[in-house]
Design a protein around this ligand. Structure first.
Ligand SMILES: O=C(O)C(=O)C[C@]1(C(=O)O)C=C[C@@H](O)C=C1
Length: 363
């Protein structure tokens, strides 16, 4: 019995090597075909040829593997063959660290995000409601030594009956107040048609979670020379998030900041589930700066301190937080925005954490 098992396994070992050799031979031929196709500028992927080969193979299938299994196995071989033909840059994304080992530093005037720079804080109301409201926030940002003022002018809301934002008028307010206080404006654009005109008002274009796979918007954002803050989609995997960033970078705009803002899970005690592991993974996989939106990821004011510290500990290059002079009357996200007093306290806590960490790493 044992003798038979051993001899059968030996037979399999022999066949494995034969298969390996055959696959390698196939691979060499596929590469040669790839070279010819390159010269002829023909598409490497040829589904009609693949279909023909599969049909022929299935015709000759005498078992014991089912047709479906054989189809699957050969499809895998075709897929691997196609990858052999494709050039390195097709396989390795521009946003990948494999393509660029050094951190990308996003520059907004004299300000820098990413690399060895200290983490930044982007703060402001969820929606721009009035000049007075934005001015009150801007004053506090200035007092806190912060640079980046956020505010939504175009608001993609779940319900069409909710406040949709002030539109261009909102952007005008942001720009006016930001200029008074020498701040930089971060604001969401939802429509590719508004992109060129919004460049007059904003310093960083935000692409929101709901638009992470709005490919026309991503392409348009890739064609302007202004930094883009790209939020992770509500149910997007990290890979999908990076592909979305690739859309922008591949169009020529490499000034992209990734923003983890929580993902949709079954948990109900937070608005979204902050995927904290996405921060170090993104930093490892990509050279782009990564920030964390601590407001949307939690939807709760009472845990912001802890979440801010967790994000910084995970290696985030910055934080985004929503603050409003009077959250109770805010036209959007009233439950998650913090008032200006709480915001000051949060900043104190973040400063204390950063100081402690600097002392630790210096010591
Ligand atoms: O026959 C071709 O044109 C090839 O490029 C080879 C090959 C294969 O692996 O057989 C590879 C990729 C194509 O999608 C189809 C077929």
């Amino acid at each position: 019995m044992n003798h038979t098992l051993e001899s059968l396994r030996k037979e399999l070992d022999r066949i494995n090597f034969q298969l390996l050799n055959l696959i390698a031979q196939r691979g060499s031929i596929v590469k040669e075909i790839g070279e010819i196709k390159k010269k002829q500028s023909v598409n490497k992927f040829d589904p009609i040829r693949e279909r023909k080969m599969l049909d022929q193979i299935i015709e000759h299938n005498k078992g014991p593997f089912s047709d479906d299994t054989v189809r699957h196995l050969f499809k895998q071989i075709f897929k691997a063959s196609l990858e052999l033909q494709q050039e390195e840059h097709h396989k390795t994304l521009l946003v990948s660290r494999k393509r660029r080992p050094l951190d990308t530093v996003v520059r907004i005037g004299d300000e820098e995000i990413g690399g060895n720079n200290d983490p930044i804080v982007i703060a402001g109301p969820c929606s721009v409601e009035s000049e007075e409201q934005v001015r009150k926030v801007a004053q506090v940002l200035k007092q806190q030594g912060l640079i980046f003022l956020r505010g939504g002018a175009y608001k993609p809301r779940t319900s069409p009956y909710d406040f949709q934002g002030l539109g261009e008028q909102g952007l005008e307010i942001l720009r006016k107040v930001a200029d008074e206080f020498h701040l930089k404006v971060v604001s969401e654009i939802v429509n590719p048609a508004n992109l060129n005109s919004s460049v007059e008002y904003v310093d960083v274009i935000q692409i929101g979670a709901r638009n992470m796979q709005n490919f026309e918007l991503l392409k348009a954002a890739g064609s302007v020379q202004i930094p883009v803050l790209l939020k992770r989609g509500l149910s997007a995997t990290i890979e999908e998030f990076l592909f979305a960033a690739e859309y922008i970078v591949s169009r020529g705009n490499n000034q992209v900041i990734l923003c983890e803002r929580g993902i949709r899970t079954y948990e109900k005690w937070t608005r979204n589930t902050l995927d904290i592991s996405a921060v170090p993974i993104l930093k490892k996989e990509s050279h782009l700066p990564v920030i964390v939106d601590i407001s949307h990821s939690t939807g709760r004011r009472d845990i912001l301190d802890a979440i801010a510290k967790a994000a910084l500990a995970a290696g985030a290059d910055g934080l985004m937080v929503e603050t409003h002079p009077d959250p109770a009357v805010a036209l959007s996200d009233a439950n998650q925005q913090i008032n200006l007093t709480t915001f000051r306290e949060l900043m104190k806590e973040i400063d204390r954490y950063n100081r402690l960490n600097t002392v630790k790493s210096d010591g």
